[in-house]
Design a protein around this ligand. Structure first.
Ligand code: MG
Ligand code: MG
Ligand code: MG
Length: 309
């Protein structure tokens, strides 16, 4: 049985390209593995679609139920972000760069998590450690993932290791101008014309358990906030629908990657708690937070502290 390598729900470019890369590494090491994702190729976000096309990579195959399968996780280790029946599947490996989640195993497994900006950075090291050459197209995907996850090195999650990995991967991928690659991805991911508000909200969205309260946090990375000025009301309506489905709070980070800050839109049963979390007052239903770029390193830890996690 082939190992199914899968990234988190609502996959981003890192989850997609890391599934491809880790499956290739396992294959090169004599294990049968295939890249998977929890959505169909047609539902991939515009950034990931652009990256796969640019580097000629095939989209991972659809995997929604882990029952009876051998599973390797990339870019997450939270059961809530996995396919159905992940808890009862046979987990064989985890490669990640997030906080350790709640997966458990009955036997020892390969578990490699590092506090770096991208799973692609960890995988670059694993290829090196194994003495396996990274195929050119896969290196391109990994490179794109690092630029995306680190917001072109601007995110506080970015480390020296990520920059070193980019230096390795751009040579292998034959990409001379990473700035141009990043702008192509940003253009794709921040295009909002004709996209339903619900799809924009879910483009990069995660649910978290905060002391028993369900909190959803979405993020849109934009070249300028003007891009969403006309769809703002629609976005709030979409957030209201998601919040009504059993959530304590729904937050949407409208991140201006040029100005390096986030307009945080907040719908909450306890707005004062969210204001406390970010030490900022809401104006209407949002607050501008200078320097906020990272959901993982800034938004979620502040929320966890405020919720008493
Ligand atoms: Mg990810
Ligand atoms: Mg990642
Ligand atoms: Mg991300």
């Amino acid at each position: 049985m082939a190992i199914s390598v899968v990234g988190h729900a609502n996959p981003d470019t890192d989850s997609v390209t890391s599934a491809i890369a880790f499956a290739a590494l396992l294959n090169a090491q004599g294990m049968e593995a295939k890249a998977c994702m929890q959505i169909a190729a047609a539902d991939l976000n515009p950034e990931s679609t652009t990256v796969l096309k640019r580097f000629g990579l095939a989209a991972p195959e659809l995997l929604t139920d882990a029952a009876g399968k051998q599973i390797a996780l990339v870019d997450f280790s939270d059961l809530a972000q996995g396919p159905a029946n992940l808890a009862s599947a046979e987990l064989v490996a985890v490669v990640d760069h997030h906080k350790i989640g709640d997966v458990t195993t009955n036997t020892p497994i390969l578990f490699r998590a590092e506090p770096v900006g991208c799973t692609g950075t960890v995988l670059n090291k694993m290829f090196k450690d194994a003495g396996v050459a990274i195929p050119q197209n896969i290196a391109g995907g990994m490179l794109a993932a690092i630029l995306s996850d680190t917001v072109n090195f601007k995110s506080p999650t970015c480390t020296e290791d990520d920059k070193l990995a980019v230096n390795d991967l751009k040579v292998i991928a034959g990409v001379t101008d990473t700035e141009e690659l990043f702008m192509e991805m940003l253009k794709a991911k921040s295009a909002v014309a004709g996209v339903p508000a619900k799809d924009l909200l879910f483009r990069d969205y995660k649910d978290f358990d905060m002391k028993g309260k369900k909190v959803g946090v979405g993020q849109l990375e934009l070249a300028t906030l003007d891009q969403v000025a006309n769809v703002r009301e629609e976005l709030v309506k979409a957030m209201e629908v998601v919040k009504a489905d059993g959530r304590h709070s729904v937050l949407l980070m409208l991140t201006d990657v040029v100005k390096e800050g986030t307009d945080l839109v907040v719908l909450s049963d306890d707005p004062a708690l969210i204001e406390k979390a970010f030490d900022t007052k809401l104006t209407g239903n949002s607050m501008w937070i200078p320097g906020m770029m990272s959901r993982k390193k800034q938004t979620v830890p502040n929320l966890q502290k405020a919720f008493g996690c």
